[in-house]
Design a protein around this ligand. Structure first.
Ligand SMILES: Nc1ncnc2c1ncn2[C@@H]1O[C@H](COP(=O)(O)OP(=O)(O)OP(=O)(O)O)[C@@H](O)[C@H]1O
Ligand SMILES: Nc1ccn([C@H]2C[C@H](O)[C@@H](COP(=O)(O)O)O2)c(=O)n1
Length: 248
């Protein structure tokens, strides 16, 4: 599971935070980095999606801020942190596919901009990250890659390595279109604008994920293919991770 060549000089536990806009490649690149380094993987976007599915399933109006926040506080969410096969369960039911539905994608920003929901989910995210920094979690103390919109800045500003993964709007739309429609012709790309551009606009009213905060390394993947982006991310980790003390 671990790429020994990359791993040799790394100190554990190692925490890596990756943020970026929709379609920049956060999930796929973070999973690959976690696999390569033998770390746990936390998809925080999946938590906001699960919250949206949970609230919609209870018939709660998404603009009823108080009722939404109350429901999310009691949400029985379990995440499987295995980067090879990440999982999301709500009340014991596998919802990995359901949270990617068009309905959830269209509505998730309404839940993600509820500040009380953010408070609840950030607390859960910090608890998971702390657990992976200790010995009892999925990674047995090796550490975690956590990705989202506010991980480098709010959830884990103390992470060992923090990366803002960006790509031009054009590249992000084309990637998402290829993934969803199997093509990146103009009509197909235009159909992705709501779930990429509009969603980022709404989400950015409560989080800042377009400009790197102090100490956060920007990785622009606009002109890189997937493997090149993963390799670049691993180089950033190798350069910025705490160094192993030199033994005399
Ligand atoms: N550098 C890259 N070059 C080409 N395609 C890429 C690159 N990085 C990721 N992709 C592809 O782009 C698509 C979107 O990537 P991914 O789902 O990881 O983005 P994301 O930032 O997590 O998006 P969202 O926040 O909307 O969930 C996927 O199909 C992925 O395989
Ligand atoms: N840390 C995070 C992670 C995600 N969100 C919001 C923004 C997105 O619209 C939604 C789903 O994320 P995705 O699965 O598309 O990455 O969740 C957030 O506000 N903060």
């Amino acid at each position: 599971m671990t790429d020994a060549a990359t791993d040799l000089s790394l100190v554990h536990p190692l925490s890596i935070a990756i943020d970026g806009p929709s379609g920049s490649g956060k999930s796929s690149v973070s999973k690959a980095v976690a696999r390569s380094l033998g770390l746990a993987y936390l998809d925080t976007g999946a938590m906001y999606r699960a919250a949206t599915l949970w609230v919609m399933g209870r018939g709660i109006a998404l603009d009823d801020q108080v009722a939404v926040a109350r429901a999310v506080k009691d949400m029985p969410l379990v995440q499987v942190l295995d980067p090879v096969s990440p999982g999301v369960e709500l009340d014991g039911i596998d919802v990995a596919d359901a949270i990617r539905s068009a309905d959830v994608t269209t509505n998730v920003s309404k839940v993600a901009t509820n500040l009380d929901v953010r408070g609840e989910l950030r607390a859960r995210q910090r608890a998971i990250i702390d657990q992976e920094r200790a010995t009892g979690g999925f990674s047995a103390g090796r550490g975690i890659v956590a990705e989202g919109r506010d991980i480098t800045t709010v959830v884990a500003p103390d992470a060992d390595v923090r990366i803002l993964l960006t790509a031009s709007e054009e590249a992000r739309l084309a990637r998402r279109s290829l993934e969803v429609n199997g093509t990146a012709n103009k009509e197909a790309v235009d159909s992705m604008r709501d779930q990429v551009v509009r969603r980022d606009r709404d989400d950015s009213t409560v989080t800042q994920f377009t400009v790197a905060a102090d100490g956060v390394v920007t990785l622009d993947s606009s002109d890189l293919d997937f493997d090149q982006t993963v390799a670049a991310a691993l180089r950033i980790v190798a350069k910025h991770a705490p160094a192993r003390p030199v033994t005399p």
